[in-house]
Design a protein around this ligand. Structure first.
Ligand code: FAD
Ligand code: 2HG
Ligand code: ZN
Length: 491
């Protein structure tokens, strides 16, 4: 593939034939469930949405997309592919940021999009059981009708799927409050590469009977099986949600504000997000939106509180604000007065990811770094580009437009985005392996929440020991001995 000069198609995998297509059509019908470019003259453009990723950075050459409607379908497809050495890529909403959801060569795309039913919701326990292909926002709306909240929220909620959220162990904006998928997932239904249906769709909070095998599929990025349904614990939805947006003068003050927020807002704190000035400026330029505060500040924070008592929460938030303004920890701030304002404050944070690629492309790094050192990486990276003459905010001749830092401060998770006018080898040489070495030296992680996919496949060693990588490979071999499931990616 042009996108992957260093990779060769694995010749053990069979190319899709007319007979294969016939089998899948027999199973799924000849309608929209099979997009066939093998026996039909279907154009490239029809495959575009499946072959290329959200960043338009990775591109495969798949000529067959399958959209099963049932777990039974997924099982029969997997079994057939396994017996015939056909490689498969499970695909959800294709919003992943590490190139994991698109084929590398001619792998078959198995899209979960037609498996989108909520199976049950129990409003006493808060347990939702639903098909993997339900869109995150729809899952949240479903439980909202019962006064509950889906314990994950992220900027791609309108397109990403809950099964894929589990497959990537997505973190998102409220992990600080509700915890990770590893804690919230109570059960999974998974199809193994040989077609075995693993029905572990339990709804129990506690079940200490041997290995907790479902954990293996959480964050596996579709390399050992296909998640077809999930069972997840949803907390009560809070009556009172408030959002505040601050300007601060230094990263030290951001840390002080975080400490104060934990101290004073404790149990009602549901998000603490960091945005640097450069990230807000890119967002403003790309979206045309007006920023919430008048003056410029080097740093901004977004704090969300969610509690059960509006007055009580408001009182707490007001006294917190008074304190941090009085102590000059924050220089300026605004609190949302209504839902529209709340959404527009959140947009300043959620909109950065997309703004980053507005000028042509973006290099994204998703890192765990000890909190005290978290922002140093952004400063050093910016300095590198300032010194080597590759960066200019206005001049089109320079490949790099801006280096921005933002992220889930409450989880020590930094997003470093390098907004570029074009993808460029010179820029890549500066960034890699420099970023990974920087992070490894500080005992951070090279992937806090987006996973490894293909983007970081060569760098797993910066965050995992040889022994651990060997154990992962053993598991891969056990579950997927033919290696048909999402090949060429990190494992
Ligand atoms: P895809 O991109 O389609 O797939 C992702 C991976 O999962 C692939 O490796 C794929 O093979 C595998 N997969 C998909 N479905 C299944 C399945 N049913 N069974 C097994 N494997 C499967 N991520 C975060 O963690 N936190 C964020 O805050 C966040 N914010 C984002 C904001 C924006 C604007 C965007 C574009 C992305 C963001 N992401 C974030 C990344 C991405 O949205 C998440 O990784 C999300 O979980 C991917 O869901 P998807 O349905 O798009 O999956
Ligand atoms: C976010 O927190 C996402 O906005 C995306 O994880 C981060 O685009 C990115 O780098
Ligand atoms: Zn994130």
């Amino acid at each position: 593939s042009d996108s992957y000069p260093n990779l060769k198609r694995d010749s053990r995998f069979k190319e899709v034939s007319a007979d294969d297509v016939k089998f899948f059509q027999g199973l799924l019908g000849e309608g929209s469930a099979v997009l066939d470019g093998v026996t039909q003259n279907t154009g490239e453009e029809d495959f575009e949405a499946y072959n290329s990723d959200w960043m338009k950075k990775y591109r495969g050459q798949c000529r067959l997309v399958l959209k099963p409607a049932t777990t039974e379908h997924v099982s029969k497809i997997s079994k057939y592919c396994n017996e015939n050495m056909l490689a498969v890529v499970p695909q959800g909403g294709n919003t992943g940021l590490v190139g994991g959801s698109v084929p590398v060569f001619d792998e078959i795309v198995l899209s979960l999009s037609k498996m989108n039913n909520v199976r049950s919701f129990d409003d006493v326990s808060g347990v939702l059981v639903a098909d993997a292909g339900v869109i995150l926002q729809q899952a949240d709306e479903h439980v909202a009708n019962h006064n509950h909240i889906f314990p994950l929220d992220l900027g791609a909620k309108g397109s990403c799927q809950i099964g894929a959220n589990v497959a990537t162990n997505a973190g998102g904006l409220r992990l600080l409050r509700y915890g990770s998928m590893h804690g919230n997932i109570l059960g999974l239904e998974v199809v193994l590469p040989d077609g075995t249906i693993v029905d572990d769709l339990g709804t129990l909070r506690k079940n200490n009977t041997g290995y907790d095998l479902k954990q293996l599929f959480i964050g596996a990025e579709g390399t050992i099986g296909i998640i077809t349904a999930i069972s997840i614990l949803c907390p009560q939805r809070s009556n009172a949600v408030n959002v505040a947006y601050f300007g601060l003068e230094s990263y030290q003050k951001v840390q002080d504000a975080f400490k104060e927020a934990k101290k004073q807002l404790g149990e009602i704190l549901s998000a603490f997000e960091l945005m640097d000035h450069q990230s807000q400026d890119l967002y403003r330029q790309a979206s045309g939106a007006k920023l919430p505060l008048e003056g410029d500040h080097p740093f901004y924070c977004l704090i969300e509180t969610s509690g059960s008592n509006t007055e009580h929460d408001k009182e707490k938030l007001d006294s917190f604000l008074e304190h941090v303004l009085g102590e000059e920890i924050v220089s300026d701030g605004v609190v949302s007065e209504n839902e529209t304002q709340l959404q527009s404050l959140w947009a300043c944070r959620e909109g950065i990811s997309e703004a980053g690629q507005h000028w042509g492309g973006v290099y994204k790094y998703d890192l765990s770094i000890p909190l005290t050192k978290l922002y140093e990486l952004v400063e050093e990276c910016r300095e590198l580009f300032q010194n080597n003459g590759l960066m200019h905010a206005e001049d089109e001749k320079f490949p790099v437009k801006e280096v921005v830092g933002y992220g889930h401060m409450g989880d020590s998770n930094l997003h470093l985005n390098v907004a570029v006018r074009r993808y460029d080898k010179e820029v890549e040489k500066v960034l890699e392996p420099w970023v990974y070495e920087w992070v490894a030296k500080r005992k951070g992680s090279i992937s806090a929440e987006h996973g490894l996919g293909i983007a970081k496949k060569d760098y797993i060693g910066y965050s995992r020991s040889e022994t651990m990588v060997r154990l992962m490979k053993d598991i891969k071999k056990l579950y997927d001995p033919n290696g048909i499931m999402n090949p060429y990616k990190y494992i």
